[in-house]
Ligand binder design. Structure first.
Ligand code: ARG
Length: 428
């Protein structure tokens, strides 16, 4: 039996039915669907569109279905297409004719837009709280390591000394912006679309504000065609997810490098590493690598939904059902990645001595030498050139800047004095 079966003479082709049903992946919105239906039907009762008693019977039926789904007592059916129809059919099965009134003044198009918004709002809060947790940890680690110095890089070339604290707090800032972006994205998600109907609104005297209030939405959508066609909020959320993954991936890349024998800046905990099936000595940073790798699938989700939406005429088209797997996958992936990144970061041993040793050699103090000359009144460009020549000389004679004699220094710029040594001596 199909709820829309009236105008059909044939039953659906098996292949077509299997192909187009979405219950396999949209079952996870059962709670949101039931909450949305309860708010809708309560409003129908208050507005006198259906009888109050009927409204109450439907609410009770829906509450029981929710309990039964949670208790694992309900079998969701592929023939019923999606979570929305499954729940409606269950209701009709259980309470009979009255259940057929639930869908008054509503279309699956505004229903699915509603359910997805409720679901993704909740997921957005969860992402924010995970990122906050990560940032608490980063702040702690940065505080602990605020005096640990190490070589900072640009172009993967040794640049200037930095502290580990500064380096960690760079990521803190990125995740702060990610939190901000999620909160901003949430504003546009926080709009209640019911009342849009299939595309043209409805003929009933619905109280949309009441539904919005009951469901905790900030505002109602303003244009019925837009409201059922809009998946910007999905695209925005996956964009946020992609940026989070990009940040996590950069961090992981650095941890993989730092964990190498050559760098030796950190050691990943045994509990966060895996061995090799052939090389007994190996301890691989698989978790960090896999987070880096999973960035690819989240970018893929973003490309997928952008491409699905790019040429769709208004209003709803079935293509849009493809939004769910993409966004569920993106959000699940980011949650799993942050979830495992936190204990991985928490259990890393920072090898502070190796970090400090990295300051030796490689002219990390060259900028300080140029700044020294500037303080002596030399224009910066000239100071830059003098120190550049000094470095070139050092490379030829295999010395560090601080090993040059004062005479040598003065041959590059007469403004150099005895105090240059204390200014460029790097304390290791
Ligand atoms: N399962 C569909 C989706 O996820 C909802 C159905 C929308 N309406 C329709 N007429 N097919 O997009």
């Amino acid at each position: 039996m199909k709820l829309w079966g009236g105008r059909f003479e044939k039953s659906t082709n098996r292949l077509a039915e299997n192909f187009q049903n979405s219950i396999k992946f949209d079952y996870r919105m059962y709670k949101q669907d039931i909450r949305g239906s309860i708010a809708h039907v309560r409003m129908l009762g208050v507005q006198g569109i259906i009888d109050k008693k009927e409204s109450e019977a439907i609410i009770k039926g829906l509450e029981e279905i929710l309990e039964d789904i949670e208790a694992g007592k309900v079998e969701l059916k592929e023939e019923a297409e999606d979570i929305h129809m499954n729940i409606e059919m269950l209701l009709i099965d259980r309470i009979g004719q009255t259940g057929k009134k639930l869908h008054t003044g509503r279309s699956r198009n505004d229903q699915v837009a509603l359910d997805l918004r409720i679901y993704l709002k909740e997921e957005t809060y969860e992402l924010v709280s995970l990122l906050k947790k990560l940032n608490y940890l980063l702040k702690d680690k940065a505080e602990e390591n605020k005096n640990v110095t190490m070589a900072g890089y640009t172009h993967m070339q040794r640049a200037q000394p930095v502290t580990l604290g500064l380096h960690l707090l760079a990521y803190y800032q990125m995740f702060e912006r990610d939190i901000d972006r999620l909160c901003d994205c949430n504003k546009r998600m926080d709009m209640m679309p019911l009342g849009s109907g299939a595309l043209a609104g409805t003929a009933y005297n619905l109280d949309r504000q009441m539904v919005a209030r009951e469901l905790g939405f900030a505002v109602i959508t303003k244009n019925s065609m837009d409201a059922v066609s809009d998946r910007d909020f999905v695209i925005e959320l996956i964009s946020c997810c992609s940026i989070i993954m990009m940040h996590l991936s950069r961090f992981c890349e650095e941890l993989v490098i730092w964990n190498s024998y050559e760098f030796g800046y950190i050691e990943m905990d045994d509990s966060m590493s895996t061995g090799s099936s052939i090389m007994p000595q190996k301890k691989n940073p698989d978790v960090a690598e896999l987070i880096r790798g999973k960035t690819g699938r989240v970018y893929g989700d973003l490309m997928s939904i952008l491409t699905v939406m790019k040429a769709l005429p208004l209003a709803y088209n079935k293509d849009m059902q493809e939004d769910k797997e993409a966004v569920f996958d993106a959000v699940d992936t980011v949650k799993a990645c942050i979830g495992v990144f936190i204990p991985m970061l928490d259990t890393i041993t920072f090898k502070k001595d190796n970090m400090r040793k990295s300051l030796k050699g490689g002219f990390l103090n060259a900028t300080y030498a140029a700044d020294y000359l500037v303080k002596k009144g030399v224009p910066f460009r000239e100071a830059h050139e003098s120190v550049g020549m000094a470095v070139n000389h050092c490379i030829k004679v295999k010395k560090e800047l601080e090993e040059l004699t004062l005479r040598e220094f003065k041959s590059f710029n007469p403004a150099f004095g005895e105090d240059i040594y204390e200014k460029i001596g790097i304390r290791v």
